[in-house]
Design a protein around this ligand. Structure first.
Ligand code: NAI
Ligand code: NA
Length: 396
């Protein structure tokens, strides 16, 4: 069939298999051009189908020849209905990995559940023995805690007072004022339950209890800090509380890893267009200024450039991983450069619907958003008939 983008709110209901495939090939080419380095050999990526997790899987496989297992939650295709993009991404990744002689298998299901953890454990035992890296890259609005059976829903709200600032509807380019009422205690707790570190710790506990962690084991989860303009709604809001919890969990996990000489890290990454970040108020406007300035300065990066740098310049560069005063890896260093942030703050003040197309990279934002779903990808023939019924070769 001919597949076109169908937008609803912050998401796109369709995805293009060929565009997703091209995105994967572009990312593989980027990593391969960097040449081989010494690093992880057996890698589990939780949240492996899109965004930073996908880039982590590609970097592990094609940068380090690693065997990879990916866990994700994606919608398979149904006759006449496309799959979600992470399905097509994974299909393309596992096809290319297999061609390259690399082990690549995956599990599609709820990573928060005991069942998916057990399935993953069984797969590691059967095929890999022990693993030396776990990347934890889930972004979800909801989590059912397997111990309590309680389903928690996260919210994106400020804490302590209401928040008003500019935001943009990136589909229409209309800049408007958004006001968000503060979260109550229960909403804060629920957000921490979904996006904090509890599930990450459960994963590592489960893998450790089965003796599946190799000596020198490393695990990394992803966090965000960002600038003053997004602070009230992000880092000092409900999601920021969850990130505080995630960052604290890195220390809790590290304490449990002494027997295997292991370490848990949080890496603070750059703001990028992903399905997760598009849903956060204010962030798209910030990203459109950030992209503009970082592209002008020649320091713009996407997920794959970020993760390549994380592996090559932070995790596997020497025996000592460079971290900040709070023990966090920082690959948001270029985003947070004072001159970049000063320019963003200046552009922010004067942002209107009229000025944004000039002052912000709205076009770049939109293209990246469409690219997430395999649309508007250079070199793809969108008039050609495509089969939406793609299979994921390594799906268990
Ligand atoms: P994303 O939406 O692209 O990826 C989320 C992944 O989680 C997908 O693979 C999805 O299938 C998987 N997933 C979601 N719910 C699941 C479930 N219940 N079971 C199994 N898999 C599930 O998100 P993105 O942006 O790559 O986010 C990953 C992490 O990076 C998050 O912790 C996010 O806060 C963090 N981060 C994101 C930044 C951004 O600007 N996008 C910046 C810095 C950090
Ligand atoms: Na991810």
């Amino acid at each position: 069939m001919i597949i076109e983008p169908r937008m609803r709110g912050f998401i796109c209901l369709t995805a293009h298999p060929k565009g997703c495939e091209q995105n994967i090939i572009n990312q593989i080419n980027y990593i391969q051009a960097k040449g081989p380095i010494d690093g992880p050999k057996k890698v589990l990526v939780i949240g492996a189908s899109t965004g930073f997790g996908l880039a982590s899987r590609i970097t592990s496989a094609f940068g380090y020849d690693a065997a990879t297992i990916g866990v994700y939650f994606e919608k398979p295709p149904k006759d006449g209905k496309t799959a979600s993009p992470g399905w097509y991404n994974t299909a393309a990744f596992e096809t290319e990995a297999t061609k390259a002689g690399l082990y690549a298998k995956s599990i599609n299901g709820d990573a928060f559940s005991n069942e998916v953890k057990q399935q993953t454990i069984d797969l590691i035992k059967a095929d890999l023995g022990q693993i030396d890296l776990v990347i934890y890259s889930l972004a979800s609005p909801v989590r059912t805690n397997p111990k309590t059976g309680v389903t928690h829903r996260s919210v994106l709200k400020p804490i302590g007072g209401s928040f008003s600032d500019k935001t943009v509807d990136f589909h229409t380019g209309i800049v408007s004022e958004v006001s968000i009422e503060p979260a109550n205690e229960e909403e804060i707790e629920n957000t921490v339950a979904v996006m904090g570190g509890e599930d990450w710790e459960m994963w590592i506990d489960a893998l450790k209890s089965e003796n599946l962690l190799a000596d020198g084991f490393t695990t990394v989860a992803y966090s965000y800090i960002g600038p003053a303009v997004t602070e009230a709604v992000y880092r000092k809001g409900t999601i920021g509380r969850a990130k505080d919890h995630l960052e604290a969990t890195a220390f809790t996990i590290t304490d449990k890893l002494t027997e295997v000489n292991g370490k848990a890290y949080v890496s603070v990454n750059k703001a990028l267009v992903t399905q997760a970040s598009s849903a956060i108020p204010v962030i798209p406007l910030y990203i459109s200024f950030l992209y503009k300035i970082m592209k002008e300065d020649g320091i713009h990066e996407g997920c794959i450039e970020q993760i390549q740098r994380l592996f090559a310049d932070r995790l596997y560069v020497s025996d000592v991983v460079p971290v900040d005063e709070k023990g966090r890896i920082r690959i948001d260093d270029w985003e947070m450069k004072p001159d970049v942030q000063a320019k963003v703050a200046e552009l922010w003040k004067n942002a209107t619907t009229e000025t944004l197309p000039e002052t912000g990279d709205l076009a770049g934002y939109k293209k990246d958003f469409l690219n997430l779903f395999g649309f508007d990808v250079d070199g793809v023939d969108y008039q050609a008939d495509v089969n939406e019924m793609v299979e994921v070769p390594g799906l268990v």
